[in-house]
Every structure is written in structure tokens, then in C-alpha cells.
Write a protein that binds this ligand. Structure first.
Ligand code: GAP
Length: 430
């Protein structure tokens, strides 16, 4: 299957089943902006919860932060983003379309991918990726604010607040997830390069002498997370940035890349930011035991939420002889179960099924309800959205209080007692 065919199928399925919609569609859309529909919102929340659980709740050395998007614009001046958070852009001399130089294929350096003319391109110009707006009624420079292009800076500027309130000692990390915004000129695959996206970032504060050890630790953590959340190991590789490619703050950067059918692209970044940011914000650390004062160094693993979702969908998508199935990890699947009454016209069966459905939801097992059409069609519909278990209430249920549980991946069915459903399902879905 070609790259485009697979992406087209995922894009179509995402829209058809309510995972991802193009933004503002009824007004002709808005390029590089998407909305997450009912199932997409569930999938996204499940991924974020899993990440938070793994990196904040399950670790004593990391605490969370939820900062505002707007910050004093001096933050971005100090961090170097106002002067250096730029992409080099060239413009076609014929149609004036703009391209990122690194996004153009080598063979296209003469021919414009938009109009096809070979009049050549302008010299590269630096283009700042931050969206700028104003607070208040007047557009004076002092009122400028930026939409944050990374969640990281808010962690740095709260460094002292966090130290004062948590009594954490180095090494420790601060995690934050939330929206980031970049005025991206070029498009990417589907939700790969967006204007508005979500990041899940950790700034891990260390002693300079330990940076290599922690860099290796986080490299391992990043890939382990990617595999556990459902991205195929075979489609992942690390790539080291050379000096020219590295961001203005970084001393070493490694990208975790995903193989979009032959085209490896960054999904996560790992950077050693040295003490660049804390030094710029003039923030210090005092060791409580030795009284030593120094500026901590930082290792930064940065994960994109949408760049997690796209590889997951591509790797989960399977076409089998008679069905399309999304083999999502149960923990992140929008619904964990779907409950069906075998028939709609037998009241006892429908009532029993409703009570099974409501009990599952009350237990925190998010469950779909489907009473339409025949059972075969209901299975196919749930397979396509990745529901791991389908539970059918039938005539036997009324006699022996058992239900049929059908496994999405094997399609095997088992009879389980209703009062044992929780025990049966829980280990499989968490
Ligand atoms: N704080 C470091 C930082 O922001 P980055 O490599 O520029 O580093 C980190 O971005 C991650 O954010 C990327 O690996 C990717 O997952 C995500 N990301 C960046 N730009 C994006 C965009 N335009 N659309 C979707 N995700 C993006």
C-alpha cells in the first residue's frame, strides 16, 4: 500500500467515525487546523492521562504544572524565541508561494512545487513562528503578547515557585501538557504539522556533571513510552541533530522519528538545554544540604500529542478479509466495551443489557451502547473504532446470568458471568 493510500484511509476513517474533523469545514476549512470529535476527544484524553500517570503520578521525582498560555512578552525575549525561533523561508519568484528550505525535496530546488515554474527562489529569509497578538484596546508594543510556541518556558519561569512549594531537590522534573501554537507555513501529513497542537513536556533539572546519564535515561523512557502507547517499534528510530540543525538553546538534540511509509519524521524531541533557560531568566538553585548555589542544567523530553495519535492510528489500522479493525491498546481505546441486547423487541433482554451497560460505566469502564441492526454489523462498527470487547446479552442471559464477551483482535467469544465481568475485564483494559 502506498503512503498516500494509507493516510487517506486513516483520514477518511477519522472523519467518518468522529475522531478528527477538518476545522471550520462548513466555511471551507482552515489549513493545518483540526478538531477532535467525540471519539478523538476520548482517544486524546486517554493518551494524556496515561502520560500523566506514567511520568507524574508514578514517579516521585516529577511534579506537574498547568500554566497559562499568555506570558509577559519579556519571557520570549529572554528565552531567545523573539530573535531566534525562526524557519528559513524561500519564495518562488513566479507565484510567490513560500516554502521552508528544509521541507523542499532536493530535486525541487529549482522547480516550484506549487506552480511548477523554474524561475527560481528568493534568498532564504528568517520567518518567526510565534503568533503575536495584543492585550487591551491599543496596539502599543508594550501590550504585545505571544501565543506560546512551547509549553516549556512556563516551567522555567515557575522554577522558583515550584522549588519553594514542593521542596524538591535536584534531580527532579516538572511536567506540563497543553496547547502550543506555531505559524507553520508548510503543511505535513494530516495532523502532523498543525498551527495549534498539544505538547506534553518535561524539564528535568540536573547537575551538569550528570547530563549524559540522564540524557540516556530519557532516550530510553521516550521510546518505551512510544511502544507502550501502541506505536510499532519497527517504525521508530532515533536521529541525532547536527550542530546546524539544533535549536538555539540546545547543546545536544535527538529526535525520535516515525517511519511514515519510507519517510522518517520527528514525532518526539529530546534536548539537552544546558543551563540556557534558567540562566536567561536569572534563576538559581541552592542545595539545602551543602548550601552550594548553581544554575541547574536541563534535559527536556518533548512529546507531541497529535504526533502520538497519527502513528498510533496508522499502526493500529488493519484491513482483514471482512473487516477493518483498529487494534488500539485497550488503555487508550475510546470505548473499552460495547454492550448489545441481542434483540430489541424483548424487554427483559434490553433491560438486562441496559443494567450491564450502566454498571460498567459506573465502574469507570467507558462503554458504548448499540441496539441497532444485527450483531454482525455492530461488531464491525466497534472493530473500526477499536473497541476491545463487545458484550452481548441474549436469551441464555435470562436463564444463567452469563453474557457473551467477544475479543476484538481474535474475534473469539467467551461466556462470562455478569458478576465476574469486572474481574474479567479490568486486567485486560488497564
Ligand atoms: N520545548 C521543545 C520543543 O518545543 P520541538 O522539537 O520544537 O521542541 C517538540 O517540539 C514536539 O512538539 C515535537 O517533537 C512534536 O511532537 C511537537 N510539535 C512541534 N511542532 C508541531 C506542529 N506544528 N504540529 C504538531 N506537533 C508539533
Amino acid at each position: 500500500m502506498t503512503k498516500d493510500a494509507n493516510l487517506e484511509k486513516i483520514t477518511a476513517l477519522a472523519k467518518r467515525r468522529g475522531f478528527i474533523f477538518p476545522s471550520s469545514e462548513i466555511y471551507g476549512g482552515l489549513a493545518n487546523v483540526y478538531d477532535f470529535g467525540p471519539l478523538g476527544a476520548e482517544l486524546k484524553n486517554n493518551i494524556k492521562q496515561l502520560w500523566w500517570d506514567r511520568f507524574v503520578h508514578k514517579r516521585d521525582d516529577i511534579v506537574g504544572l498547568d500554566s497559562s498560555i499568555f506570558m509577559n512578552s519579556k519571557v520570549w525575549e529572554a528565552s531567545g524565541h523573539v530573535s531566534s525561533f525562526t524557519d528559513p523561508l524561500i519564495e518562488c519568484k513566479h507565484c510567490h508561494s513560500r516554502f521552508r528550505t528544509d521541507a523542499l525535496p532536493h530535486e525541487n530546488l529549482k522547480q516550484c512545487p506549487h506552480c511548477g515554474e523554474k524561475e527560481g527562489f528568493s534568498e532564504p529569509k528568517q520567518f518567526n513562528l510565534m503568533f503575536k497578538t495584543h492585550i487591551g484596546a491599543t496596539e502599543e508594543e508594550s501590550n504585545d503578547v505571544y501565543l506560546r510556541p512551547e509549553t516549556a518556558q512556563a516551567i522555567f519561569i515557575n522554577f522558583k515557585n515550584i522549588l519553594d512549594t514542593t521542596r524538591k531537590a535536584i534531580p527532579f522534573g516538572v511536567a506540563q501538557m497543553g496547547k502550543a501554537f506555531r505559524n507553520e507555513i508548510t503543511t505535513g501529513y494530516f495532523i502532523f504539522r498543525m498551527l495549534e497542537f498539544e505538547q506534553m513536556e518535561i524539564e528535568y533539572f540536573i547537575h551538569e556533571k550528570d547530563w549524559e546519564r540522564f540524557f540516556d535515561h530519557w532516550k530510553e523512557e521516550i521510546i518505551t513510552w512510544a511502544i507502550e502507547v501502541g506505536i510499532s517499534k519497527d517504525n521508530l528510530r532515533f536521529r541525532e541533530h547536527d550542530e546546524k540543525e539544533r535549536s538555539h538553546y540546545s547543546k545536544r538534540t535527538v529526535d525520535l522519528e516515525y517511519n511514515f511509509m519510507g519517510d522518517f519524521k520527528e514525532i518526539y524531541g529530546l534536548a539537552y538545554r544546558g543551563n540556557y533557560d534558567l540562566a536567561k531568566h536569572k534563576l538559581m538553585y541552592v542545595d539545602q544540604q551543602s548550601n552550594e548555589q548553581f544554575i541547574p542544567h536541563v534535559i527536556e523530553p518533548s512529546f507531541g500529542v497529535e504526533r502520538t495519535i497519527l502513528p498510533i492510528l496508522l499502526d493500529a489500522y488493519h484491513e482483514e478479509e471482512k473487516r477493518i479493525v483498529l487494534k488500539l491498546k485497550p488503555r487508550i481505546a475510546p470505548y473499552k466495551t460495547a454492550v448489545f441486547p441481542l434483540v430489541q423487541n424483548k424487554e427483559e433482554i434490553v433491560t438486562k443489557a441496559q443494567s450491564v451497560h450502566q454498571n460498567l460505566v459506573a465502574l469507570g469502564i467507558y462503554s458504548a451502547w448499540d441496539a441497532r441492526g444485527n450483531i454482525g454489523k455492530r461488531y464491525l462498527s466497534q472493530d473500526e473504532i477499536g473497541t476491545p470487547y463487545c458484550i452481548t446479552i441474549d436469551y441464555d442471559t435470562l436463564k444463567d446470568n452469563t453474557v457473551t464477551v467477544r475479543d476484538r483482535d481474535t474475534t473469539q467469544q467467551e461466556r462470562i458471568k455478569i458478576d465476574q465481568l469486572q474481574e474479567y475485564l479490568m486486567p485486560k483494559i488497564i
